[in-house]
Design a protein. Structure first.
Length: 602
């Protein structure tokens, strides 16, 4: 389901005594109506699937039920008016139990064979009745049913007497605004272990994010074992920091079981050194150069280490074809990301084949070079013989289309992932007719704001007063700390992004969703979860039900208690989500608001 933000107000329906309940599921459903007849005791052990047996759905309910019964979840505080500061619970909650127990879940799925692919129906309904013992869930597909479980999982809480309850009868009708809702992990700069990848998927499933963009490699390392070119993993960080084919398949299995697609990315022709140079050094340009050259106009890479595929070498396309074909045999999603970002012209100044090509025809430029890449690589990527997928659709970073340099013509059926210049680039791409995934760095980059990471950097060696003429405010006193994309992107910054605001209705329809990248120059197993969560949950709600309430007002203030409680839930599930505020703020809703007027954010 894809609803334009301008239509969102008409789809949101939050009614009933919302402030009378402690739970506040994230992402907020598009329609939730609470009753007022009192709590319902919950057991819910029995699952009845109408139709054929479905192990995917029954296993998902098993996980949800295990979480419900093991956590006995107690929300820290209800949502309450600012003057009330109602705390739930400061002691054992005094809730009466329902007279009858909800002991069964009935699930009706219209199409249990629908594949987990782009655009699959993820809608669902939940009905918790005032009387009777059965909770009813309906869904068009398995994937909607899984979302229903993660919502229900957040609704069931401790009754304060050793049992479980749902606070009031409730009806929910829910579906996402955008079909593509993702995060990106980067295992090329620093290796990410399988348990930590699974941890991210667990957070995604609970928050209804459905696309894991996996930036598998980069110029610094090649961590994927390849049958076609076993020597590529010579450029892994170690023998223990390599993904086997079975590892990759295990991630896919784990993700699919939780309604998460895995979209692989092999970055090329830029960001391509490690691994590729082990195939044949002649297919990598500038690999032995000094990356920054001490003279920035002559740099060969934006960060160490340099290397880009030799676009004019026919051997390059043989290697690309074999690598892509092998990985396509593992990653079966219809989408495959083939990179295309940050091509550095200085690298090709050191390429004999490229400089001779330019010299042979003075009218040629780097745009022509990139067009040569598009003309020769895209047919490989789209050929079912190499992709193994007649429905394969490519994703590329926007650079290949609108950056300097760029190709003259890029097929319009390639999805563009935009990361620069915010709404301006979204407008440019959609105006040109491209489908777009929004990853604007000024809003969604989760690695920003931690300072620069390259060493021997004289820009930090400034000890003068910040107002002095010699000071560099970008790298010290009150500046951006040397991080090119600083400041840190808070959950409020992420949630507040109206990325379709300046688009026509036709252009807005071309925005298929969002991805929050976490580039890993400064992240590995020790930090990935704390940098990802719970900020990714703000993105999840933004893409699922938007950032406005039924009156069309920003609900950033309303999200506060929801995301604080969600962070606590993630931690209980074993996801290492970072704290957003002192716990005082969690236990005293709105006591930490900057403005007494809660309508200050509109």
């Amino acid at each position: 389901m894809h609803l334009l933000p301008s239509l969102l107000a008409a789809t949101l329906c939050v009614s009933g005594a919302v402030n009378a309940v402690a739970v506040n599921p994230l992402p907020a459903p598009t329609s939730i109506t609470w009753g007022s007849s009192g709590p319902r005791a919950f057991n819910g052990r029995n699952l009845a699937l109408n139709g054929a047996p479905n192990s995917l759905v029954s296993d998902a309910w098993g996980r949800a039920y295990d979480a419900i019964t093991s956590l006995h979840w107690v929300p820290q505080a209800t949502e309450a008016p600012i003057a009330t500061y109602a705390v739930f619970p400061t002691s054992t909650p005094k809730k009466k139990r329902g007279t009858t127990t909800l002991n069964s879940i009935t699930v009706q799925i219209a199409d249990s064979k629908a594949a987990l692919q782009h655009g699959v129906d993820e809608s669902y309904t939940i009905d918790v009745p005032a009387t009777g013992q059965v909770i009813t869930i309906t869904a068009k597909t398995n994937w909607g049913a899984l979302h229903a479980f993660t919502t229900l999982q957040q609704l069931v809480i401790s009754d304060g007497h050793g049992g479980l309850m749902i606070e009031q009868p409730v009806s929910i009708s829910d579906a996402p605004m955008y079909p593509y809702r993702g995060i990106m992990i980067d295992s090329g700069r620093n290796f990410i272990s399988l348990p930590k990848i699974y941890e991210q998927i667990d957070g995604m499933a609970l928050s209804k994010l459905n696309a894991l963009h996996w930036h598998l490699d980069d110029s610094q390392s090649w961590p994927i074992q390849m049958a076609s070119y076993p020597s590529m993993t010579v450029d892994a960080y170690s023998a223990n920091e390599v993904y086997t084919a079975n590892n990759l398949k295990d991630v896919l299995k784990y993700a699919t079981a939780r309604g998460v697609r895995v979209i692989p990315e092999i970055d090329m022709p830029g960001h391509a050194s490690s691994g590729w140079k082990q195939i044949d050094p002649s297919i990598v340009a500038c690999a032995d150069s000094w990356w920054s050259n001490d003279n920035w106009p002559l740099h060969t890479a934006v960060e160490p280490n340099p290397g880009q595929l030799e676009i004019l070498n026919p051997k390059t396309y043989t290697a690309v074809s074999k690598v892509y074909s092998e990985l396509s045999g593992i990653f079966t999603d219809n989408f495959f990301h083939v990179g295309g970002d940050e091509l550095q012209t200085g690298c090709y100044n050191l390429s004999k084949i490229t400089t001779e090509w330019f010299a042979a025809n003075s009218s040629r430029g780097y745009n022509d070079l990139l067009q040569h890449w598009v003309d020769n690589a895209v047919p490989i990527f789209t050929d079912p013989k190499t992709s193994g997928n007649s429905k394969r659709q490519l994703i590329m970073w926007e650079d290949l289309t609108i950056n300097t340099p760029h190709a003259w013509t890029v097929p319009k059926d390639i999805i563009m992932q935009t990361w620069n210049n915010g709404p301006a680039n979204i407008k440019t791409l959609t105006e040109a007719g491209y489908q777009v995934i929004v990853s604007s760095s000024d809003w969604f980059y989760l690695d920003c704001g931690f300072g620069g990471w390259v060493s021997n950097d004289p820009r930090y060696d400034i000890l003068t007063n910040p107002d002095a003429a010699t000071a560099n405010p970008n790298f010290n006193w009150g500046g951006n700390g040397g991080s090119w994309c600083a400041p840190y992107k808070t959950w409020q910054r992420i949630y507040d992004y109206d990325f379709t605001a300046n688009l026509t209705a036709a252009e807005a329809k071309l925005v298929i969703g969002v991805t929050a990248p976490l580039w890993s120059e400064q992240s590995d197993d020790t930090t990935i979860s704390s940098k990802m969560w719970p900020r990714a949950a703000a993105l999840a709600e933004l893409a699922w039900s938007g950032n406005k309430n039924a009156a069309g007002k920003k609900r950033v203030t309303e999200l506060t208690q929801r995301i604080l409680n969600f962070r606590e839930y993630l931690v209980k599930l074993g996801v290492g989500a970072a704290p957003l505020m002192p716990k005082y703020c969690l236990q005293h809703p709105h006591a930490c608001d900057l403005y007494y007027d809660q309508t200050a954010v509109v």
